[in-house]
Ligand binder design. Structure first.
Ligand code: ZN
Length: 245
């Protein structure tokens, strides 16, 4: 089966629509959202509703999702993030608040494990180093675990010599999961990429061929930025979308 896997939408409806219409063209029917639907951007309610409207979708919580519903202290966030979270909190509908509140921290599926940050610390850990990868391996049983959170598309794995590799995943690059190993794949961010490429990032995973591919898609950044200015969200948060940083 082929899955459309995406993360860190961050209330960016234009980027999300681009990703979902790409998935539609690819005739994908099963979806996975790795958390942080909200925070930073101007359309939290619309993004939640769009994701809920997907028929077959598995969704887990991210740190921003938990913060806006009071399951995580705002003091954990930097000033700009917490200002956007206060704004989001004010605008979120009751129904969507309840939806975020019910999201699980981790999904342990037979084909894969899903966590926002890492399998060891699903909501908060920024998985960046080989040491962290090694420490996380014992926390998932499946051959592959998908994560988001850092907004950097990459893969963590041990090569044939047992050396830990952290490989950035370029657009269109196909990575084959070793069914006997433990690989962690970060699918990047839909709504606020930070790898220097401002295009939305998302992934397709084929659970039969065990291949994962990163896709990059242009979207109307100007439209998102204009909405952010109108909403008086911090200027830096809208400007960074142009640079993908
Ligand atoms: Zn995020």
């Amino acid at each position: 089966m082929r899955f459309g896997i995406f993360s860190d939408v961050h209330s960016n409806l234009e980027a999300l629509e681009e990703v979902l219409s790409f998935y539609k063209k690819e005739r994908l029917q099963s979806f996975i959202c790795l958390g942080d639907i909200v925070g930073y951007g101007p359309n939290p309610n619309e993004c939640i509703q769009r994701i809920v409207s997907l028929k077959k979708v598995q969704v887990i919580a991210g740190n921003h999702d938990y913060a806006v519903v009071g399951l995580k202290e705002l003091t954990w966030f930097n000033d700009l993030a917490s200002r956007s979270l206060v704004w989001t909190k004010r605008h979120l509908t009751e129904e969507n608040r309840n939806y975020l509140m019910r999201l699980p921290r981790l999904i342990d599926h037979s084909l894969f494990t899903l966590a926002h940050g890492s399998p060891r610390d699903p909501i908060d850990e920024y998985l960046l180093t080989a040491r962290q990868y090694l420490d996380n391996v014992e926390f998932f049983r499946t051959a592959v675990c998908f994560v988001g959170h850092t907004h950097l598309p990459c893969v963590f794995y041990a090569d044939s010599l047992g050396i830990i590799q952290i490989k950035p995943l370029a657009e269109g690059e196909v990575f084959k999961i070793d069914p006997l190993a433990h690989t962690i794949v970060n699918v990047g961010s839909v709504g606020q990429p930070r790898d220097g490429d401002p295009r939305a990032a998302c992934a397709i995973y084929d659970s039969d061929s065990k291949e994962v591919k990163i896709i990059r898609l242009k979207y109307n950044i100007d439209a998102t930025q204009q909405k952010m200015r109108q909403a008086s969200l911090p200027l830096y948060l809208s400007e960074r979308l142009s640079y993908g940083r």
